[in-house]
Design a protein around this ligand. Structure first.
Ligand SMILES: *[C@@H]1O[C@H](CO)[C@@H](O)[C@H](O)[C@H]1NC(C)=O
Ligand SMILES: *[C@@H]1O[C@H](CO)[C@@H](O)[C@H](O)[C@H]1NC(C)=O
Ligand SMILES: *[C@@H]1O[C@H](CO)[C@@H](O)[C@H](O)[C@H]1NC(C)=O
Ligand SMILES: *[C@@H]1O[C@H](CO)[C@@H](O)[C@H](O)[C@H]1NC(C)=O
Length: 777
């Protein structure tokens, strides 16, 4: 055959046509404004990348009609085609991996899945800030790749969820980094820096955002639906003291250190005021005190409820006026689209309030590079679809699951199990072979998924599986069959716990025990088995497993959160000793009788006179099933304070004595009065030595607490002031260094919500090793 001119042309046409198909049909390319091939748009000042963003935004907003302006105040913002501005979707999700649960991300093109990291509560259990940052980076990179592939209509992600996991029953506690304000704050900073494209240390953003992160839900939101009381009507009564040293610090870190470009205001009211209508919260605190430069979105339909459900506003227009005047910029939902026009006509709202919001909104879109012409030619433009589900990211998902899983019990060193071809294994339980349970909520589609059963089968050929229960609710259990199987094998692994039918958004638990007949199944199987059994608990919130803890027929207990796409493999590696567990609980595990405390009681501090036990390891005085920070290893570790550069801190100012205040016995000073310079000058470093006494190496998290020798009533029992993950081989020693600032780390809030430093002995605490530091005025 000869290649004639004709066939050559046909071939060329064919190639060209195929290219068109690929380019426009299959994958449309990302939406962007200011196309340089369009002579009318490229001349607009708002398209000039060498102008400052504030100038560009001012130009853009000045060109919009009132109708166009109002159209942009909702999450699904339509295009303004006469200016070449494409539609924009503000709502996308990426809590623990890029997800298609918000409308801004579509997995229907080249990219059909994204790396699914463990649910956040398990990521937090690693106490490893570098790992958290790496996960943020991976998520931000995958997000940008999805956009570049033309499968995202927005780049604003509504994560992280940094509300304090205040009550163990909260259905969304799984989404958070746990109950400690410092851990939650540090998690938020690492995640936000990673996602937005900043460096680990921060301060390297230089204008462009890789993707936008959002600190949510501002503030004191941690009740979804408990005994008929839901988040839409709930009025959280919060003391100034608890706000100052529990509820607000994570948000302050997320904004000040993370430099997050988004905030979401919550559904609930705080002390009577809906968060989205709270000028003090949004404008004075976030924008004023914390220097927030970004956009503020409402939670979805959180504006309509201000009138419809809370009756706080007397008309829909009043609700619109309240939120825009408070400083909110965009409404998830359609309420602002429907009612803003009338509010302007009624002269309740000036157009300048709308312009204020639009400035914040378009500034973020510009910082994302969506008004710079073809983004392929811009920073982040070369991130291709191969970055999604890459080997590196999938390995990181495995590393995250390994690092988070917590060993809660290991009597007689039952674990790890022998890696022997000749053993037989039974895997029992409703969570053993459920890919969905692994993911938790706000999950995308995982790159791949291996269940605990499949991963265990890779170690032991002769593995028998029995589900044991009809479902996780275990209303029906096949106990006899399970017992018969358990009798026949060398080892039994029970994979039990919760899933999204038990704890989720809009569904808080009403008890803390394992659902249905799970407990009965566990103890009957344990009693029948040849050797003590292994119990794996999958859950976000804590479960009262006291009876398993004290049952000597249960030799090992592991908590694995919802461990993500690689969680099954991580579990099997730990069970068979290919990985040494080092995770620690990021939340107190309370006993079942904690449920006598109303979930609606927001007080952190205990009140012994009325029997109120307080909340979290910082204030709770009752019995615990497992403590915050608890977690075993296949090795044992010991600590020492290798060096502490101060043991007495004098805060003597020339004119100080009259300013030192007395309250009860200890003398104290307001941190704000001491001033940043003096506080910094009193900073000192603490070096903790850790020795691994076992044979197995691994990661180990050093948790440094401070407690007061004589804590005044209302002060925390202890506070976590630093944590660090170190890697230590068997028999080796490592060091962890901490820089402490007494004003920050030794202080607590007074009743008016001001941080105070008290005189007296403050004790550093690692494990059970202590080191006293004296504060003297
Ligand atoms: C993906 O879904 C969106 C929204 O439904 C649609 O506009 C787009 O054409 C779809 N893409 C493909 C490649 O099917
Ligand atoms: C806004 O109006 C549309 C059309 O009338 C309606 O479908 C929608 O429910 C309204 N939104 C709200 C939040 O009331
Ligand atoms: C238990 O779970 C099964 C399967 O999901 C479901 O059909 C059943 O309604 C649930 N029972 C209760 C009491 O929730
Ligand atoms: C821990 O140290 C070992 C031995 O030096 C090394 O192989 C391993 O990669 C390290 N792990 C981490 C997570 O740094």
């Amino acid at each position: 055959m000869r290649l004639t001119a004709l066939t050559f042309t046909t071939l060329t046409n064919f190639i060209f046509f195929t290219f068109l198909l690929l380019h426009h049909g299959h994958s449309a390319g990302p939406p962007f404004a200011c196309d340089s091939s369009n002579p009318s748009t490229r001349s607009y000042p708002f398209c000039k990348t060498d102008l400052p963003i504030t100038k560009r935004v001012r130009d853009l907003v000045s060109r919009l009609t009132l109708d166009e302006k109002i159209s942009q105040l909702v999450n699904t913002a339509p295009s303004i085609s006469r200016l070449g501005i494409p539609a924009y979707e503000w709502w996308s999700e990426a809590l623990h991996g890029v997800a298609n649960v918000g409308p801004g991300i579509l997995f229907n093109g080249t990219i059909t899945a994204a790396t699914s990291f463990p649910q956040v509560i398990l990521i937090a259990a690693s106490f490893d800030v570098r790992l958290w940052y790496g996960i943020g980076q991976a998520i931000g990179t995958e997000a940008r790749a999805v956009y570049n592939a033309g499968q995202a209509t927005g780049m604003t992600f509504w994560a992280p969820n940094i509300n304090i996991f205040r009550d163990p029953r909260w259905g969304r506690g799984q989404e958070t980094p746990g109950e400690d304000p410092l851990v939650t704050g540090k998690y938020s900073v690492a995640y936000v820096r990673g996602v937005q494209g900043d460096s680990f240390e921060g301060g390297k953003l230089r204008g462009h955002l890789q993707a936008s992160a959002c600190c949510k839900h501002f503030t004191a939101y941690d009740l979804d639906n408990w005994k008929g009381i839901n988040r839409f009507v709930f009025d959280a009564r919060v003391t100034q003291q608890d706000l100052a040293d529990t509820y607000q610090p994570p948000f302050q870190s997320c904004v000040e250190q993370g430099r997050a470009s988004g905030i979401m205001c919550a559904y609930n009211r705080v002390n009577g005021v809906p968060s989205c209508a709270d000028y003090n919260l949004l404008s004075k605190i976030a924008r004023g005190q914390w220097d927030f430069h970004g956009y503020i979105t409402s939670d979805c339909d959180a504006v309509s409820i201000i009138y419809d459900k809370q009756g706080y506003a007397k008309s829909p227009e009043d609700a619109v006026v309240d939120v825009l005047k408070a400083g909110m910029d965009v409404n998830c939902g359609s309420y602002l689209k429907n009612h803003t026009q009338k509010a302007v006509e009624q002269k309740k709202l000036s157009v300048s309030q709308i312009d204020r919001a639009l400035h914040n909104l378009f500034a973020v879109r510009m910082r994302l590079g969506l008004f710079d012409g073809d983004p392929i030619k811009r920073p982040f433009g070369n991130i291709g679809p191969d970055k999604v589900c890459s080997q590196d990211h999938q390995a990181l998902a495995l590393e995250a699951a390994r690092s988070g899983i917590v060993l809660l019990k290991n009597s007689a060193r039952l674990l790890p199990l022998p890696k022997s071809k000749s053993i037989s294994l039974a895997v029992i339980g409703p969570n053993a072979n459920s890919p969905k349970t692994l993911l938790g909520n706000y999950a995308g589609l995982p790159c791949k998924s291996i269940t605990p059963l499949q991963a265990l089968q890779a170690y032991v050929k002769s593995t028998i599986f029995h589900q044991g229960c009809n479902a996780v609710n275990c209303t029906l259990a096949t106990i006899k069959e399970a017992v018969d199987i358990a009798k026949k094998v060398d080892y039994v692994v029970l994979v039990m716990g919760l899933d999204q039918t038990q704890e989720r958004e809009e569904h808080d638990r009403i008890d803390l025990v394992l659902p249905g007949k799970q407990q009965e199944l566990i103890s009957r199987v344990a009693r029948a088995a040849k050797k003590p059994v292994i119990l794996v608990v999958l859950s976000g919130g804590p479960v009262d497993i006291s009876s398993a803890k004290y049952d000597n027929k249960i030799g090992g207990i592991l908590w694995a959160g919802y461990p993500g796409q690689a969680g099954g493999v991580a579990l099997a590696e730990i069970i068979f000793g290919d990985h040494n567990p080092g995770g620690r609980l990021p939340i107190t595990w309370y006993p079942e009788d904690f449920v006598k405390v109303p979930m609606t009681d927001m007080r952190m501090r205990s009140e012994p006179s009325s029997g109120y036990p307080g909340r979290t390891y910082r204030f709770y005085k009752g019995r615990k099933v497992f403590e915050f920070g608890y977690g075993l290893s296949y090795s044992t570790h010991s600590y020492e304070f290798a060096s502490v550069t101060q043991n007495k801190l004098h805060f003597s100012l020339s004119s100080s004595l009259d300013k030192v205040k007395n309250l009860d016995s200890p003398r104290y000073r307001l941190v704000s009065e001491l001033g940043e310079e003096l506080c910094k000058g009193k900073s000192f470093s603490v070096t903790v030595g850790v020795r691994n006494h076992g044979e197995m190496g691994g990661k180990h998290s050093v948790l440094l607490f401070v407690r007061q020798e004589k804590p005044r009533n209302g002060n925390p029992t202890k506070n976590l002031v630093g944590f660090q993950s170190v890697n230590i081989s068997g028999g080796e020693r490592a060091q962890a260094e901490f820089l402490l600032n007494p004003c920050e780390h030794f202080s607590s809030a007074n009743e008016d919500g001001f941080m105070v430093l008290e005189e007296g002995s403050h004790v550093l605490l690692v494990g059970d090793v202590e080191y006293p530091i004296h504060v003297v005025f």
